[in-house]
Design a protein around this ligand. Structure first.
Ligand SMILES: CSCCC(=O)C(=O)COP(=O)(O)O
Length: 586
């Protein structure tokens, strides 16, 4: 057994996650082995894409892609002429016209050789891979630890989104035809570089705004940036995400490119998703801001009892849901009785006084009907609104919204979902809290590294506040750079066709560990699947490093840069090596 690296452990354990409510994950090197992408998907595309383009050149969809490719290629050529051209761009010939198929295909081949992640190429690859997946020539590789994590997140009501350079249709194909069956139901939406480059903070701001628009539509409590957990193998992407306050975790897989020590120090890093559920890291749920409609109340439970039931879920994970509800009702009943008793005393006194008065007066019809006597119970509608709170001190700030929310829910009578004005009032109060929270979190979540924090301000300005997101109830209200990405509602998912193996490493939390019924018969991971074509043998000297080294990025600073900048902190592959390798490949 290898001796434990105490320093590494200390680095990891001191960078714990704070509660998050949404997961956003990269694919290549994160959910999926780079070797699969580079040894199976890319070779298939290189072999079939030229014929596909010729065959479908007159399809309107393909024509639109080729027009984009033309525009993009001209912009790249322009950028390459700039004083510090990226070495990778100096040897390419731009597409002369979208209809000149020879030039189009030569350019596509050049992009693929250099793994330049350009949107139009990615769209074409997605179209070509459809046939590969349909014929089962390929199956999407998923790391074995990903599936139990998906199950856990679903159990915890944490929606999972994907952000990859691969086109949205290509992402859906990969997860839809995975070695674990159709995993699409476990994802709430997909983003590709239509939202922007993966190394650009603005892209993460756009995603944040999109997610909040989705959340607003579902009447969910709005998100703060730090409610999002982004998982990627690429330091530059993590830096970009963290610039807007998103929590970022570095995923270090066996075949991934070498990650700089800086990046490792800068981010919590995990070798498998299971580590995110390790007891020392796992503190995922913020029970006061659950991903549920804000005013959703279990049938038969009042708001207060629903809150109590939720609380019990944390405190008594060993109870079944039904037991918890029963317990909550019981507690609620007790509380009601206590309240009743408390009310009874003044009421009795009042009655006695009344009787005494009436004895002094001539007999008149009773002024108080039983119904009138109950009136105080029906009064909550007229209860005064909570007074504006004094500005909380930083330490109080975290607790206060929770307390307020609990207070509001306890004050509120069991409100039917149609009780719009009351809901609106409560919602706007919570939205205000969320807006404050988001602002505070944007201020506090900025990365501690001075190098990374320098340009925070302009990015923040682009974030839609949760309140504004709530106001945008239609997707049309999303930012102009609306992605091709979908953000579908999380559908109740069937268990994956084949089931999840035990996570590689760390335990899933008690609440999350409940295995899905189908999760017992674990299939073999992709590596062991005989259907997959044999992998090309990597160079003998660096067997592991080959696919990783090939995972190239687009150059930062180029137009519509959609790749992972190699010059960024997360990468240590020098450009010279890359350009040399490109030549070797040729
Ligand atoms: C989902 S399609 C296959 C992956 C792909 O084409 C790609 O470029 C992966 O990029 P990522 O951003 O997921 O690293």
């Amino acid at each position: 057994m290898e001796p434990m690296d105490i320093d590494a452990l200390a680095t990891t354990t001191t960078r714990l996650l704070r509660p998050y409510r949404v997961v956003l994950a990269d694919i290549e090197g994160t959910t999926t082995d780079i070797a699969f992408v580079h040894n199976e998907l890319f070779p298939y595309a290189r072999a079939h894409l030229p014929a596909y383009v010729r065959q479908h050149a007159n399809d309107p969809a393909v024509q639109a892609i080729l027009r984009d490719l033309h525009t993009q290629s001209l912009a790249d050529a322009q950028a390459a002429k700039q004083p510090n051209p990226s070495p990778i761009y100096v040897d390419f010939a731009p597409v002369t016209s979208p209809s000149d198929l020879d030039s189009v295909i030569a350019h596509l081949q050049w992009l693929m050789r250099h793994d330049v992640k350009r949107g139009p190429l990615k769209s074409l690859q997605g179209l070509v891979w459809a046939a590969a997946y349909a014929s089962r020539a390929v199956q999407g590789h998923i790391y074995p630890d990903v599936v139990p994590a998906l199950l856990a997140w679903r159990h915890l009501d944490v929606p999972v989104y994907i952000y990859s350079s691969g086109s949205v249709p290509a992402q859906k194909l990969l997860f839809g035809h995975s070695t674990y069956g159709d995993l699409q139901p476990y994802f709430s939406g997909y983003f590709d570089t239509a939202v922007g480059a993966k190394v650009a903070p603005q892209s993460y701001a756009a995603i944040f705004n999109r997610l909040n628009a989705d959340f607003a539509q579902k009447n969910f409590v709005p998100l703060a940036p730090s409610d999002i957990l982004f998982l990627s193998d690429n330091g530059a992407e993590l830096v970009a995400a963290r610039r807007i306050g998103i929590q970022a975790v570095l995923v270090v897989r066996e075949n991934n490119p070498v990650v700089t020590e800086d990046a490792k120090r800068e981010f919590l890093n995990v070798a498998a998703f299971g580590e995110l559920f390790a007891p020392h890291v796992f503190n995922v749920l913020d029970k006061q801001r659950p991903n549920k409609p804000m005013d959703a109340v279990e049938p038969g439970l009042t708001s207060a009892a629903a809150v109590a039931a939720e609380k019990q879920e944390t405190e008594t994970p060993f109870l079944t849901k039904r037991q918890r509800k029963a317990l909550a009702r019981e507690q609620e009943q007790k509380q009601q009785e206590q309240k009743q008793q408390a009310k009874m005393q003044p009421e009795q006194t009042k009655q006695q006084l009344e009787q005494a008065k009436q004895q002094q007066r001539p007999q008149t019809p009773k002024q108080q009907t039983p119904k009138q006597q109950q009136q105080p119970k029906q009064q909550p509608k007229q209860q005064p609104q909570p007074q504006p709170q004094p500005q909380p001190q930083p330490q109080q700030k975290k607790q206060q919204p929770q307390q307020q929310q609990q207070q509001q829910q306890q004050q509120a009578p069991a409100a039917p979902e149609t009780d719009a004005p009351k809901q609106g009032k409560r919602r706007s109060q919570r939205v205000k809290q969320m807006t404050d929270d988001a602002a505070a979190s944007m201020a506090t979540d900025a990365t501690p590294s001075s190098a990374l924090a320098a340009e925070d301000v302009p990015i923040k300005a682009e974030l839609t506040t949760p309140a504004a997101a709530l106001a945008a109830t239609k997707p049309a209200a999303a930012p102009a750079a609306a992605p091709a990405a979908t953000a579908e509602p999380a559908t109740p998912a069937p268990a994956p066709a084949t089931a999840a193996p035990a996570p590689n490493a760390t335990p899933v939390p008690a609440a999350a560990a409940k295995p899905a019924p189908a999760a017992k018969a674990a299939p073999k991971p992709a590596e062991a699947t005989p259907k997959q074509p044999p992998k090309p043998k990597p160079a003998a000297a660096t067997p592991r490093a080959t696919p990783a080294k090939r995972k190239r990025e687009q150059q930062p600073g180029t137009p519509a840069d959609s790749g992972k900048g190699s010059g960024a902190p997360g990468r240590s592959t020098p450009m010279a090596t890359r350009s040399k390798r490109a030549k070797v490949n040729e």
